[in-house]
Design a protein around this ligand. Structure first.
Ligand SMILES: NC(=O)C1=CN([C@@H]2O[C@H](COP(=O)(O)OP(=O)(O)OC[C@H]3O[C@@H](n4cnc5c(N)ncnc54)[C@H](OP(=O)(O)O)[C@@H]3O)[C@@H](O)[C@H]2O)C=CC1
Ligand SMILES: O=C(O)[C@@H]1CCC=N1
Length: 273
């Protein structure tokens, strides 16, 4: 192995997540440029000093850990045999069974990062098959922590749940910010100021909630305790079903992840390629 982490290959290394993790590995000194191989269909990309290829099997041969970061539908057109390497998948809705059937891998880790990986603020849950030993689990944890934090899940089933949760990342907070911008603009605030106000509310809240021991309920209770404006706002949102709607949305994300998993299953295997 080139370093304690080993040689890393990222299939889809020029994509949103693949490039974010590749940059973070290099910036944190976790992986040396000569130990990092990235692929896409053109065999070239914007990250310098590493090896680029369009040959995914060549990438596999140069790697100890292979990260799969193509879109689920692109995976169905992709051919590679992982052998004994650790295969770490970022893909939503592609099960361990499908990964095993299509790549021959047995040491498989499914993960669910999100778009905040680009700013190193992504929490990535992961689940590993029993064949992944403690040393490789430690490597996986270190690789994922390059873009934020990470934690092991107890079952693959939980990956489908978190796909619409951690995987969606900024999506629900962005919806909240947009709803605030739309309301404030309709109320007559200048659009630029409405945008600045809404984004500062959401990003300021994120920073407060990132404080150690921050408790969303405690923050709400403290503000409701004034029995004034925030109490009116929060109690109206809760009485209107805000929390139950968030639950319904998360359940819809989970259901879609399961549909995608079912669709990708039985798509055929070429693990001996
Ligand atoms: N983006 C997100 O927020 C999240 C994404 N995910 C999952 O992560 C995975 C990657 O997503 P994301 O980074 O957003 O996707 P992108 O579309 O940004 O990246 C996909 C990458 O795959 C490359 N690619 C496509 N086909 C092949 C191939 N046959 N061989 C090698 N490379 C190929 C593309 O390059 P080119 O077209 O040049 O070949 C591109 O670099 C997806 O499966 C998604 O479900 C999970 C959670 C959150
Ligand atoms: O929405 C998606 O399908 C991808 C995977 C999870 C988050 N983004």
């Amino acid at each position: 192995m080139a370093t304690g982490i080993g040689r890393i290959g990222i299939i889809g290394g020029s994509g949103w997540l693949g490039a974010a993790f590749a940059q973070a590995f290099l910036e944190k000194g976790l992986v040396a440029p000569e130990a990092l191989t990235l692929s896409n269909r053109t065999g070239s990309g914007p990250i310098a000093g590493v090896t680029w290829t369009s040959d995914n099997q060549a990438l596999v041969e140069r790697s100890d850990i292979v990260i799969l970061s193509v879109r689920p539908e692109q995976f169905l057109d992709l051919s590679m045999a992982a052998g004994d390497r650790v295969l770490l998948s970022f893909m939503a809705g592609v099960t361990i069974e499908t990964l095993r059937a299509r790549t021959g891998a047995r040491r498989i880790v499914r993960t669910m990062p999100n778009a905040a990986a680009t700013i190193g603020a992504c929490f990535t849950p992961w689940f590993a098959t029993p064949e992944v030993g403690p040393d490789d689990k430690a490597r996986v944890q270190a690789l994922l922590e390059a873009c934020g934090s990470a934690g092991e899940l107890g079952s693959e089933d939980e990956i489908d749940y978190v796909s619409g949760f951690t995987g969606a990342g900024p999506a629900l907070p962005a919806l909240l910010a947009r709803a605030m911008i739309q309301h404030a603009t309709a109320r007559g605030l200048p659009p630029a100021l409405a945008r600045q106000a809404a984004l500062s509310v959401v990003t300021g809240a994120a920073q407060l909630l990132a404080e150690k021991d921050a408790d969303p309920s405690a923050i709400m209770d403290a503000l409701i305790g004034y029995r004034g404006i925030t109490a009116a706002l929060l109690e109206t949102a809760m009485a209107g079903g805000f929390e139950s709607l968030i639950g319904t949305a998360l359940a819809a994300g989970e259901a879609r992840a399961r549909e995608m998993s079912a669709r990708s299953a039985g798509s055929g295997g070429n693990g001996d390629a």
